[in-house]
Design a protein around this ligand. Structure first.
Ligand code: GDD
Ligand code: MG
Length: 344
């Protein structure tokens, strides 16, 4: 049986996606047709988990406002808001304590006194969570991590494991030669309550830098290797990819790239791009590898390549925007102006 409850980390500042995250948390940014967090929670709900505790810090009220019914992606939501950022492990401890002392409607008993899920809130994947749980149980592990092959591990946690899945070494954000290809931490974990007892309270604690290395040293950390679809949608390039992959048949589920509530001229050229509700793409405009957020307008003859056009932003007639440019809410790019790799 799948764990009853999950903690999803969604308290980061989303710095790498600024200015898109200036007025909303990263997990509230839409991926195709719904906020990122809904895709993450839906994956857990599919596994049979109905109680998801969101660990929040930055702009926590945005979540309550978006899900007033307390349901999201097919599961019930509860919130644990940190007074200050506690790091990935500190946040999990804080959330587990908040949830078990029963702020809001606590599940019967303490769901964090049994095996539970913990996830990074920016991870979209088709990986088999059931297999992760099976490995965890068959090895009587204290923590089991989903891992994915990656050619450059420097942005991730590098996980070295043996044939049985036992983790020998966990190195967060490896530098230099150590950052070569390998299996990286996918940010999806099965955890035992005993792991919570390893987390010191009252100061920020990193799961990746402190807790996992110590569990590995005790031989109680395991890893499942999966080659399923996986992406961390937390950088400009990966946010674009996450949107495009979900509309181009690379995922188990495929969604329409153009919202039925967008207005796209038949005389516009749209390739590998996502256009969200209320957005307008005028005649002679060209979009390639880009995401147009709700209410934005791409004027006649404008060209947008590998870029994100923010909520209600306007790319003026004949303007050119490229190279992972991120345009914030309501920003205007003037007629004929050219932007390359800009943040505005
Ligand atoms: N509540 C809370 N408090 N949440 C936090 C905090 C905090 O202090 N810091 C970060 N988060 C949340 C973020 O919102 C995000 O959902 C998740 O924790 C991970 O933080 P990121 O900032 O996205 O980390 P990363 O992508 O650099 O690295 C992590 O994810 C990689 C896979 O995507 C690490 O876990 C790596 O080991 C891993 O490979
Ligand atoms: Mg991330």
């Amino acid at each position: 049986m799948s764990p009853r409850s999950a903690i999803v980390l969604a308290g980061g500042l989303g710095t790498r996606l600024r200015p898109l995250t200036e007025r909303r948390p990263k997990q509230m940014l839409p991926i195709v047709d719904r906020p990122m967090i809904e895709h993450v929670v839906a994956k857990l709900a599919t596994e049979g988990t109905d109680d998801v505790v969101l660990s929040l810090g930055y702009r926590p009220d945005d979540f309550g406002a978006a899900y007033p019914s307390g349901r999201c992606g097919g599961a019930g939501l509860r919130y644990a808001t940190e007074p200050e950022p506690l790091g990935t492990a500190g946040a999990i401890l804080f959330a587990a304590r908040q949830a078990s002392t029963g702020n809001g409607e606590a599940a019967v008993g303490d769901p964090f006194a049994e095996t539970f899920w913990a996830l990074n809130g920016d991870v979209l994947t088709d990986a088999p969570l059931g297999e992760l749980l099976e490995l965890h149980r068959s090895r009587a592990a204290e923590a089991t991590i989903l891992t994915i092959p990656m050619t450059d591990a420097s942005r991730y946690g590098l996980v070295e494991s043996d044939g049985s899945g036992r983790v020998r070494r966990f190195v967060e954000k490896p530098a230099g030669a150590a950052a070569a290809s390998g299996w990286i931490n996918a940010g999806v974990y099965v955890l035992e309550p005993s792991l919570l007892a390893r987390i010191p309270s009252g100061r920020p604690v990193s799961m990746e830098r402190e807790i996992f290395p110590s569990v590995a040293a005790d031989g109680a950390l395991y890893a499942l290797r999966s080659e399923s679809y996986w992406i961390d949608a937390g950088t400009p390039a990966s946010y674009l990819r996450a949107n495009i992959d979900l509309t181009s048949g690379r995922r188990e589920m495929s969604l329409r790239p153009l919202s039925p509530r967008a207005t796209v001229s038949p005389a516009a050229e749209v390739a590998r791009s996502v256009v969200m509700e209320r957005a307008v793409v005028e005649a002679g405009a060209r979009l390639e590898g880009s995401v147009v957020l709700p209410g934005a307008r791409i004027a006649a003859g404008a060209v947008v390549v590998d870029s994100v056009v923010g909520y209600d932003a306007v790319v003026g007639p004949g303007a050119a925007v490229a190279g992972f440019t991120l345009l914030g809410d309501g920003v205007t790019v003037a007629t004929g102006e050219s932007l390359q790799g800009a943040r505005r």
